[in-house]
Design a protein around this ligand. Structure first.
Ligand code: FAD
Length: 135
């Protein structure tokens, strides 16, 4: 598919072309633009299209990656930036709810996620869950 970015923006030349306007492409393009780069963000199906895995109204900011601490730290760091971005748009784009994650006692990945996250995690057993649901 031939796409003329200049036809949309009026610009003829760009410093960087980012192909794919899913969350990673859009985020990369936005950060490059903030640094003064002239960026063409190109997507075969347009921005926020339903084929993008990051498109949709039900995506979560995920921090649970077991022992893969790097992803958790990146996600924690990006959440602060997302919140700044959401505030700047003045749109209700983000609803902070927390998450109930269920797993068995032998779930090693869940145990590792808990260790990586350290803060903000409450472990509940079946009895205390039932108690909460009843109250
Ligand atoms: C159904 C689903 C749900 C998910 N939910 C979550 C979630 O809630 N939270 C989470 O952290 N992770 C989630 N993930 C994982 C998440 O999708 C990825 O981590 C991340 O969104 C990928 O972003 P991306 O920008 O690389 O890709 P995408 O969001 O898929 O964007 C790729 C873009 O590239 C475009 N494109 C593709 N080929 C071309 C081409 N040849 N030329 C031009 N454009 C092209 C597409 O049209 C699309 O817009 C989910 C994955 C799936 C499949």
């Amino acid at each position: 598919m031939r796409y003329d970015a200049g036809a949309v923006s009026g610009q003829k030349t760009f410093d960087v072309a980012v192909i794919g306007a899913g969350v990673f492409g859009a985020w990369t393009a936005w950060h490059l633009a903030k640094r003064g780069q002239r960026v063409a963000l190109i997507d075969a199906y347009g921005p926020a299209n339903s084929r993008a895995s990051s498109g949709g109204e039900t995506r979560i900011i995920r921090m649970g990656y077991g022992a893969d601490e790097l992803y958790t730290r990146w996600s924690q760091k990006s959440l602060a930036q997302w919140k700044e971005f959401f505030a700047a748009t003045q749109q209700p784009l983000f609803l902070e709810t927390g998450v109930l994650w269920m797993g068995g006692n032998e779930d090693e990945r869940l145990r590792q996620t808990g260790e990586t996250l350290k803060l903000g995690l409450t472990a509940l057993d079946a009895a205390s869950l039932s108690q909460r649901a009843a109250s």
